[in-house]
Design a protein around this ligand. Structure first.
Ligand code: UDP
Ligand code: MG
Length: 311
């Protein structure tokens, strides 16, 4: 049996030496416990612009367990991860996905593997707490999980993309055709025997976050719109209640006119004009989100291209 640790990297030259060392150390521990289990590290260079790829080249020469896939352009974290998982689905019995910065505790990998060998197909790594994240990141992330579950997307609270997947769940995942990837939600819809392991999340030990607020927001919107049509329904409900209010206003206006009272409602008219105009624009915007999604999906563009591998 064999397994792969899949690590997407975008401009991660500052962390890769350390990451490799720590992962190899954990793999050594796993190998001591399960002698017939072979591990590899698969780095996916997501079109980095720094020295990531040349570093991966030398790391793979130094350590036979390390290999690299180089994507032809920056496809984004989820697509890079998909590239690695697709490779894993074809080559190994289980894949563990983890970020390059090792904010997720590698010491639970043996536990994940034990659960896998015990028959679990998916093992979610779940953060106990976020003591090292900034207050802002913590609160926005929490708000996102809450909103997501309210809107009907089933995601594991405080689980990101640190998880183990067995070969058959990888194969199942690969049948999903969508281009807007939100892996933690997609994996949740697979079913199969599942388990969780808990750990404390550390701070990124070098380099900066590759997820600035702009990307985080885009990811959150993607997550919601790929997993729920409730925002669309919400628009209809809001629209309907506006029409009800408008009905009341019409009745009131007519009655006032019949009673011969002149209308002085310039202000209220202006206000409601703007308000309704705004509401319409928001509604159109939400619909546009979904139409945009459909547009991206019907093109069926490839998710990534592999430019080179270290093999
Ligand atoms: N990443 C990637 N492509 C991107 C952005 C990020 O492959 O376009 C990788 C990055 O190298 C890291 C992981 O995705 O391994 C998570 O990124 P990061 O740690 O910067 O995000 P954060 O932990 O701050 O949310
Ligand atoms: Mg990180």
């Amino acid at each position: 049996m064999n397994y792969a640790i899949v690590v997407p990297c975008y401009n991660e030259e500052a962390v890769l030496n350390e990451t490799t060392g720590r992962l190899l150390e954990v793999m050594q521990r796993v190998a001591e416990k399960h002698v017939d289990l072979q591990g590899r590290i698969v780095y996916v260079d997501d079109g980095s612009r720094d020295g990531t790829w040349s570093l991966l080249g030398s790391l793979s020469k130094q350590h036979p367990q390390v290999m690299g896939l180089k994507l032809a352009h920056n496809a984004g974290h989820q697509h890079a991860l998909w590239a690695g998982l697709e490779w894993a689905a074809a080559h190994v019995d289980a894949a563990i996905s983890i970020d390059a910065d090792l904010q997720d505790d590698v010491n639970v990998i043996p536990e994940m593997i034990d659960l896998f060998l015990g028959g679990k197909d998916i093992v979610y790594g779940v953060r106990r707490d976020r003591p090292t994240d900034t207050w802002f990141k913590r609160t926005t992330a929490l708000a996102f999980y809450k909103l997501m579950s309210k809107l009907g997307g089933d995601i594991v609270y405080n689980h990101a993309d640190y998880r183990l997947m067995s070969r058959r769940t990888l194969a199942a995942l690969m049948t999903y055709g969508e281009r807007n990837l939100f892996l933690r939600g997609m994996v949740r819809t697979l079913g199969f025997p599942q388990a969780m392991v808990y750990y404390d999340r550390a701070a990124r030990f070098a380099g900066e976050s590759k997820y600035p607020l702009r990307k985080m927001l885009a990811f959150a919107i993607d997550g919601i719109t790929s997993f729920s049509v409730r925002p669309l329904r919400l628009i209809s409900i809001v629209g309907l209640s506006f029409m009800l209010v408008a009905l009341g206003v019409i009745v009131y206006g007519l009655a006032a006119w019949l009673c011969g009272r002149t209308i002085q409602g310039w202000t209220s008219l202006l206000v409601s004009l703007w308000f309704i105009g705004g509401a319409l624009l928001v509604a159109l915007g939400v619909i546009g989100e979904y139409v945009g999604k459909i547009y991206a999906e019907v093109k069926r563009r490839p998710r990534y291209f592999i430019e080179e591998t270290t093999e």
